[in-house]
Design a protein around this ligand. Structure first.
Ligand code: RB5
Length: 149
């Protein structure tokens, strides 16, 4: 399992904690920044991770900013990316089970780092349900193709 991870300043602390946590579980982590608490622009970092996921260079991505929202908006501009901002255990589970999200977005300013670890673990371990949800994901891909023309 290889994950690309990035944050802006608002998600820096949670990113650092998650990288350590993921590595302990033998997950290969590519840290795409930011590398300190100084103010940066989240689109720059979301793009780095989304591109890795979009091109299939990694199995998934984790992004953190203040709320997770900006990162999610940017990541979903990339082909094949299904980014989800999750706020609790239920949305973390559903992001995989129903949406097969391949990028998880978290808000560093709205949760404790311990909770972020729990949400990432739920996202990583929940299986995608497929079935009726596959039809919906196919529709998302079709919308993507149509709008890329
Ligand atoms: C930065 O202040 C903040 O806007 C950013 O971290 C994020 O929350 C955007 O969605």
């Amino acid at each position: 399992m290889r994950l690309a991870v990035a944050s802006d300043h608002g998600g820096y602390e949670v990113k650092q904690t998650l990288i350590e946590y993921l590595k302990k579980q033998k997950i290969e982590v590519i840290d795409l920044g930011t590398n300190g608490p100084d103010s940066v622009d989240y689109p720059d970092f979301a793009s780095e991770v989304a591109e890795q996921v979009s091109r299939g260079f990694v199995d998934g991505g984790v992004l953190a900013c203040g709320t997770g929202i900006g990162m999610c908006i940017v990541a979903n501009k990339f082909k094949n990316v299904r980014a989800a901002v999750v706020f609790d255990e239920y949305t973390a589970r559903m992001s995989k089970e129903h949406n097969n999200a391949n990028v998880l977005c978290l808000g560093g300013r709205i949760r404790q780092t311990e909770e972020a670890k729990k949400l990432v673990t739920i996202w990583l371990t929940t299986p995608y349900a497929g079935g009726r949800h596959a039809r919906r994901l196919t529709k998302i891909s079709e919308i993507e193709k149509k709008n890329l023309k």
